[in-house]
Ligand binder design. Structure first.
Ligand code: G3I
Length: 345
């Protein structure tokens, strides 16, 4: 009898979750029991981002990241590092750098210090995060502006040197969409052509029950794996709420307002929508299983609905239901659906 997500999918791919500070510090016994029972991979939702771990030039906060890595080791989990080079959540001092030499020094020290500290313990690093625009071109950032596109190669080469055993991933959202996917493939091909080590691509998977393009996801799994790398779904969640960017007609202020219309399931999620969520997760996991040989890991972006970032984005103070566990840390219908795929033919 199947007892958990991780045991259901043990022959297929890892099943991960993102941990917040409260999980790392084991502040909630029920949540931590659930994490250990259901997941065999972990990602730090925020605490390894450079702004938090490296706030000023010579100061690093390793307290929480040490505990995070210990948590993974103690529980025999696959430990992901997230993330080394990202234009967002950068320490203020790094964002202000205006020349190539200083930025190169920042990158080198940051990667050597952080990846070096956990060498041999972190199983995989999101080395570069979100470097692409929606049209597949490289995003303007302090890194691109000062160092040109080579910053991506430099980051991967530094990470490979600092931790030769970690799997190295490029991680981004919407790279299952054609134009951005094409940009990602080009980026990865260039790294490979230059002899840089890259082991996988992370498709984040911040999707919605209203809009889930399985065809593009499948094409992406196939095309990325044809590059000889693994595909991971690194930040999976399915919003059930209206997406202001998808709404036509209404004016922008209305679409982005903290209004009842934009927060329709404030008190509870109707059964009918629970079922839609379960069906969308079923479709996704069927697809993942079909391509299990190409997929290394599927990680949910959070443990339960209560602390999902989607309660606050892109409109604040909403009640979203994107994950497999509810606010009482009980499995939802979608959880059972994902498990059932492995028990019923
Ligand atoms: O902890 C502080 C708190 O002290 C402060 O009072 C409060 C005021 O804004 O902010 C709190 O920090 C917030 C942090 O989440 C912890 O809750 C930050 O403002 C907020 O920006 C941060 O958001 C995170 C976001 O990345 C930006 O780093 C989300 O939790 C996190 O889920 C999200 O994760 C990203 C991935 O790393 C990359 N891919 C997209 C994904 C979703 O945006």
């Amino acid at each position: 009898k199947i007892q958990s997500l991780k045991s259901a999918y043990e022959d297929d791919f890892l099943i991960g979750t993102a941990l917040g500070t409260e999980h790392i510090l084991e502040r909630n016994e029920k949540a931590n029991r659930l994490i250990k029972r259901e997941f065999n991979a972990i990602t730090p939702e925020n605490i390894m981002k450079s702004q938090i771990i490296h706030p000023t030039p010579n100061h690093y906060n390793f307290d929480l990241s040490d505990k995070y890595v210990e948590y993974g080791l103690k529980n025999g989990m696959y430990i992901v590092g997230h993330t080394l080079i990202w234009h967002s959540q950068l320490p203020a001092f790094a964002g202000k750098i205006k020349n190539a030499d200083s930025l190169r020094i920042f990158m080198t020290e940051h990667i050597n210090t952080v990846a070096g500290r956990y060498a041999g313990k972190i199983n995989s690093w999101d080395v570069v995060n979100e470097a692409l625009n929606e049209d597949g071109t490289l995003r303007k950032s302090v890194f691109l502006n000062n160092l040109g596109e080579d910053y991506i190669k430099n980051a991967f080469d530094l990470a490979a040197k600092a931790d030769p055993h970690a799997a190295l991933y490029y991680n981004d959202y919407n790279i299952e969409q054609p134009a951005k996917r094409k940009g990602a493939i080009e980026l990865i091909r260039k790294l490979q052509a230059g002899g840089t080590k890259i082991d996988g691509v992370g498709i984040q998977g911040h999707w919605s029950i209203h809009k889930l393009n399985l065809q593009e996801i499948e094409t992406s799994i196939i095309e990325f794996s044809q590059l000889g790398i693994k595909v991971a779904f690194t930040e999976l969640d399915l919003s059930v709420l209206p997406n202001p960017w998808d709404l036509q007609g209404a004016d922008v202020n209305q679409r982005f307002a903290e209004s009842p219309a934009m927060n329709p399931y404030k008190d509870s999620l109707p059964d009918s929508i629970q079922t839609v969520l379960a069906n969308r997760y079923t479709d996704l996991f069927k697809l993942f299983l079909k391509h299990r040989d190409k997929i290394s890991r599927v990680t949910f972006w959070g443990v339960d609905d209560s602390h999902s970032w989607l309660n606050g984005f892109p409109i604040r103070n909403r009640t979203n239901y994107p994950l497999l566990f509810d606010r009482a840390l009980e499995p939802k219908k979608a959880y059972q659906a994902v498990i059932n795929l492995k028990t019923t033919k």
